[in-house]
Design a protein around this ligand. Structure first.
Ligand code: ZN
Length: 766
């Protein structure tokens, strides 16, 4: 798809008018002046640029960006010990890899050079920063300021430092940067449809839920329907989903991108192409009994440019938040546009499964999605009525076109006190969804709190879902539980967390509730796995323990199965210690793990959302926990996985034939999670000591801090060494579909270089 955009950009560039318009599009935070981080463990920024891009961008493009000869780029790479020949996977030039590339250059290049590197135009990057699952937020709501990067001839000192990097690299072994399994390879395994007999027929009679919906593992979150190759939705993936009992996938949608411009209301010139894409997808999924659902978060707020473009538009404008105005849904025209647009999509795409809605959060949409009291048209209406009306407008449109399509209304971020009133006002043919584990109370390390969302470590359902489901059933609506089965923002560095006991306990708890459907994941966790199998096959009356034991024996045979079963228990026990809080989930270092560089000088940056940059900001990492408790909880969680890893090694030793590969996969996943949890604790110790060192004037205290920092460096170096072969061996590790690769082998080695740099800094102070 990227190539397609590149050609398109060239065509655009030929038209002077459009080109002139392109250059006027301002990008997020472009006028910011916060200085980029100086990665001073590299001899110069140009070295960091070549190091980070050598395995993802062709050297000729790197040379163009730096306005120099390709020989100069080659010589920088070679001086740091990078392999002479580049091996670049084709996915890096598609939308599948651009986030990973954007992120690694965020502190190195200004926007114009980033666009050149990505082969993307301003309009497209602007759309993606806003709409590709909060990308700009993940990058920290700030574009670090940097000078354009131009090639400079290395000085003798720079050359000497580059040679030292080459030495460090070779100390990690000659294969440190080599990927035994090329990145993205795990996706290629889905390119050919396997002819195994479907197991669906045997399990369909035991179906526990009418609806079982998940987010497809490889899908581009932002604009997923323009991919004509359908490579994001391989047939084999649907076949495997069918085997684990999944009968629905969901996609993020932006309504104005799927309809034509409509009078005063927005639309898009490529709407038809997206509808065609959706039709292709619906047909492919239908072959495997899978329906497609749209995530609808509408009507999306729009900016000044939109509302000023036509006089009549201002009448629909709600309050402004940041740079967007709400669409006021108290204006009947806005509700009618919503209905009409939904109807148009469902009329054009026969067999579309339905929608689920979020109406009180995520993107800025209607006035009531933030604060309706700021709107003169909404302020006299009840909160519950406003929320219900947005849902009614969507429901009406969908059902006018297809009465059988499901309209699932999600209570995400609705005010607790208003949920029942909203539910009562919903049309009776809506379904109602609640996050199962929401508001479940817990205590970790003596700290008490309650779950927000995204928790596997705290087993649902919690009181909020139980109360709201009861209200929905009383109102005659069917109920859906949103759960996390494979992985979640607590830990998404592997496609499936080997914490099967926790998943089984959730399944057991839900089996006692009258729930008609499940949404099995947010944008992460859509990989066909053991966890999914267990969740899907759970039958009423079963105990969690029994289900886990049966699964282990079926998947790995009696001998190895016994160890795997105990390993799952140990990992589950460990994971229950995870210091859950939504701020830690979004801002902690647990996804970058040992690839997060060590910073001896405070960066001054705030940790960014989900995967972006944890930097060194302990306040957000620890959230509600005192720092020592947070560190100790990470240690305890890691210890559980350490025990699990030992058991899985035993399992590998006795696993025979066809079982062996599966057991090894469990082992690698458990070990990767152990390393990430442990590294979080180690980094925590390092920064606590660093900050104390910097604040102290007491020599004894300073010496103690330096000793702690030194030990943390040694520990982290070991974790990096442990992680490298795992990452090399399994291309699914450190990948998550909405964030793409959290990191690559060269990032682990870069972190190793930064830790070495920290050690030398520590030595220079003793
Ligand atoms: Zn309003």
């Amino acid at each position: 798809m990227r190539k397609f955009f590149f050609v398109l950009s060239l065509l655009f560039a030929l038209s002077f008018d459009i080109f002139a318009q392109q250059t006027t599009v301002a990008l997020h935070g472009e006028d910011g002046r916060k200085e980029a981080i100086e990665y001073d463990y590299f001899p110069h920024r140009e070295y960091a640029f070549v190091w980070r891009n050598w395995s993802v961008v062709d050297k000729h493009r790197l040379a163009e960006v730096m306005q120099t000869k390709v020989e100069n780029i080659e010589s920088l790479a070679e001086s740091m010990g990078l392999p002479r020949k580049q091996t670049i996977e084709p996915e890096w030039t598609t939308t599948r890899g651009y986030i990973t590339i954007l992120k690694r250059n965020w502190h190195l290049l200004p926007y114009d050079q980033l666009l050149q590197l990505l082969g993307m135009d301003r309009q497209e990057l602007k759309f993606r920063l806003t709409e590709d699952d909060f990308l700009y937020q993940k990058l920290g709501y700030v574009k670090p300021w940097c000078q354009p990067l131009r090639y400079e001839t290395p000085t003798a000192q720079m050359k000497e430092r580059a040679a030292y990097i080459a030495e460090l690299l070779s100390s990690l072994g000659k294969n440190a940067l080599k990927c035994e399994e090329p990145r993205f390879d795990f996706m290629r395994e889905f390119e050919v449809v396997k002819r195994e007999k479907s197991k669906q027929e045997t399990s369909s009679s035991d179906d526990n839920f009418e609806l079982k919906m998940i987010f497809p593992y490889f899908t581009d979150f932002g604009d997923p329907l323009l991919d004509k190759s359908m490579s994001s939705y391989p047939e084999e993936y649907f076949r495997q989903l069918q085997q684990v009992g999944v009968n629905g996938i969901w996609l993020h949608s932006v309504l104005r991108m799927m309809v034509e411009p409509d009078g005063l209301f927005p639309g898009d010139s490529r709407a038809k192409e997206r509808i065609e894409g959706l039709n292709r997808l619906v047909q492919r999924a239908a072959k495997y009994g899978v329906k497609v659902y749209l995530y609808v978060n509408e009507p999306r707020g729009m900016d000044d440019e939109f509302f000023n473009e036509m006089e009549g538009r201002k009448a629909f404008r709600g309050p402004k938040v940041r740079d967007l105005y709400a669409f006021c849904t108290s204006r009947p025209e806005v509700q009618e546009w919503l209905s009409r647009s939904m109807e148009s999509v469902f009329r054009q795409v026969e067999g579309l499964g339905g929608v689920f809605t979020i109406t009180a959060s995520e993107n800025y949409t209607s006035c009531v999605s933030r604060n309706h009291l700021d709107c003169p048209h909404c302020r006299d209406h009840e909160y519950a009525e406003l929320i219900a009306n947005v849902n009614k407008a969507i429901e009406e449109g969908v059902h006018r076109a297809d009465p059988d399509a499901k309209v699932i209304v999600w209570d995400w971020q609705w005010r607790d006190s208003e949920c029942e009133a909203i539910i009562r006002q919903l049309p009776k043919n809506c379904w109602f969804m609640s996050v199962s584990e929401w508001s479940k109370p817990f205590e970790k390390g003596g700290v008490k709190s309650a779950v927000g969302e995204y928790s596997i470590s705290n087993v649902g359902p919690g009181p909020r879902a139980l109360r709201n489901w009861a209200a929905a059933r009383a109102a005659g609506l069917k109920c859906v539980a949103k759960v996390a089965v494979n992985c979640t923002w607590e830990m998404a560095v592997v496609p499936q967390l080997p914490v099967v006991d926790l998943v089984a306990r959730h399944a057991e708890n839900l089996s006692k509730q009258d729930v008609n459907g499940v949404m099995l994941s947010w944008s992460l966790g859509g990989y066909p796995s053991e966890n999914l199998k267990l969740f899907q096959s759970f039958k009423k009356g079963m105990s969690a323990d029994q289900a886990v034991e049966e699964l282990a024996n079926t998947e790995y045979g009696d001998k190895a199965g016994r160890y795997v079963r105990e390993a799952w228990r140990a990992c589950s026990d460990g994971f229950e210690e995870f210091p859950y809080h939504i701020t830690t989930l979004y801002h902690g270092p647990h996804h970058t793990g040992p690839s997060n560089p060590f910073y001896v000088r405070p960066t001054g940056y705030k940790s960014s959302m989900v995967y972006g940059f944890p930097y060194d900001e302990l306040k957000s990492w620890r959230s509600i926990y005192p720092m020592d408790v947070w560190i100790s909880q990470m240690d305890k969680a890691a210890a559980g996985f350490e025990k699990g890893v030992k058991l899985l090694r035993e399992a590998v030793a006795v696993a025979k034939g066809k079982y062996r590969e599966g057991v090894e996969t469990q082992l690698n996943r458990a070990e990767a999670v152990r390393i990430h949890l442990k590294s979080s604790a180690v980094q925590g110790r390092f920064y606590v000591a660093r900050d104390r060192y910097l604040a102290s004037s007491d020599e004894a205290e300073k010496a103690e801090c330096l000793a702690t920092m030194r030990q943390a460096c040694y520990d982290e170096q070991q974790l990096i060494k442990d992680m490298l072969p795992l990452l090399s061996h399994d291309s699914s590790i450190a990948y998550e579909s909405a964030n793409q690769y959290f990191y690559l082998p060269c990032d682990l080695v870069e972190a190793y270089i930064s830790v070495d740099h920290s050690l030398r800094w520590i030595e220079s102070r003793q």
